[in-house]
Structure formats: C-alpha cells, structure tokens
Design a protein around this ligand. Sequence first.
Ligand SMILES: Nc1ncnc2c1ncn2[C@@H]1O[C@H](COP(=O)(O)OP(=O)(O)O)[C@@H](O)[C@H]1O
Ligand SMILES: [Mg+2]
Length: 227
Amino acid sequence: MVKQKFALEMKGVYKSYRDGDHMQPVLQDLNLTVSDGELVAVVGPSGLGKSTFLTIAGALQGADEGTVAVNGIQISGISQKGLTEVRRHQIGFIFQNHQLLPYLNAVDQLTAVQKLVGHRDEAAAKSLLTDLGLGDSLNKFPDQMSGGERQRTAIARAFINHPDLILADEPTASLDGARGYQVVEMIRREVKRFNKAGVIVTHDERVLDLMDRIFYLEDGRLVEKGA
Ligand SMILES: Nc1ncnc2c1ncn2[C@@H]1O[C@H](COP(=O)(O)OP(=O)(O)O)[C@@H](O)[C@H]1O
Ligand SMILES: [Mg+2]
C-alpha cells in the first residue's frame, strides 16, 4: 500500500486552556487533512478556537493529545529545535495583525526571514513584492504603509521561503471588501501556481467562493460544509 503524504494531517487533536480552577476545552477530537494544491477555509465565530487550531497546525504551539503532521513530518512530540526547523522551511504563517517588524522596510521584512534559512536574495524579495503589487512600496516602513500594503507585505514574507503549507489567520479582518478579496486571491494564486496547500481561518463569508473546501469549527471539531 502506498502511504499518502498530506500537506497537513491532524488526527484526534485536543486542546484545553486553564481558566481559573478548571480547564476550558477548545479543540476536541479535531481531524483535518489538506492535500497539495488545495485551499480550504475554517469558518466560525470569534472565540471558538480558530486561532488555537491554526497555531497548532503551524507548529507554534503543541496539542494536548493527537497527532499533527506537516508534509509527512510528525510535529507532535518533536523538540523545540525541530519545530523551529519545520516552521522555517515548511510553513508560511500570515498572522491576524500582520506582525511586521516596525524598524524594517518591506524588502528587509523578507530578507530577514530569508536569512533564517541561510539564503538572502534581495532580488527575489523585490520581485515577489512587485508581483504582489508593492513595487512602489519596496522601501516603505510599516507605519508608512496602508492596511492593505501591510497585509500584502506580510503575505510576501510568508511566501518568500517557498513553504509548502500556507496558513492565514483572518487575513481580511482589517481590510475592506474588495481589498480583502484581493488578498485571498493572492493566496489562492500561490497555492494553485506552485501546488501548495493553504488553510485560511476567517469569518468573512465574502471570500468563501475562492475556497476548494469549507469547514465549520463546531464543538471543538471541524465539520465539512456539504459533506
Ligand atoms: N493562551 C491562551 N490561554 C488561555 N485561554 C486561551 C488562550 N488562547 C485562547 N484562549 C481561549 O480559547 C478560546 C478560543 O480562542 P481562539 O483560538 O483565539 O478563538 P478564535 O480565534 O476563534 O477567536 C477562547 O475562549 C480564548 O479565550
Ligand atoms: Mg482568532
């Protein structure tokens, strides 16, 4: 039997947080597989655990129980050093509030993460930024950018090391309808062009027509729409 390798495979994932003297369950038996070339959305109202799910998928924190594999690499139970390697090489994470470094211009936001994998290529950084419509903003610092420019810079930073798995936490939250849609279109284009996998957490119904599959987070687990 040929073992199928998924871009992301989460099995039986549980996560609770301590809340005073009891534990608050957030994820309960969450399962998800995402294949190369697929863009999926995880939808649900605020406070239900979408960011918790995404940070576990992105190797930013561990699950209490269950297994998570990225590109066939089991990340449950590996060392901090191992997690860092997986994050740097396999995953592009787009944070809800962009998390750009205030003292770096757009190009340097990208070269800083290139350096983490030992390969600084300013021309590639400029070319990617230009491709995402930021050709006139290469030298801008975050406080000189519009909200849309900041989010696109954060997207470019997530793409620059060619990760196989792209994760985005409410990437349209701070943008108006048209700009939000463009941002998700950019993620979709990257996924389709390079046969990557993308997971977008959102409560923005307007971008759902760009998704290959849609999941709702309900009672700590994912339920596929129309399945
Ligand atoms: N680090 C944390 N410590 C304690 N509770 C947390 C932590 N992160 C999230 N929570 C709680 O877990 C629940 C889900 O949060 P989150 O994953 O951020 O939801 P969403 O992204 O869907 O808004 C919330 O009740 C939140 O308060
Ligand atoms: Mg959240």
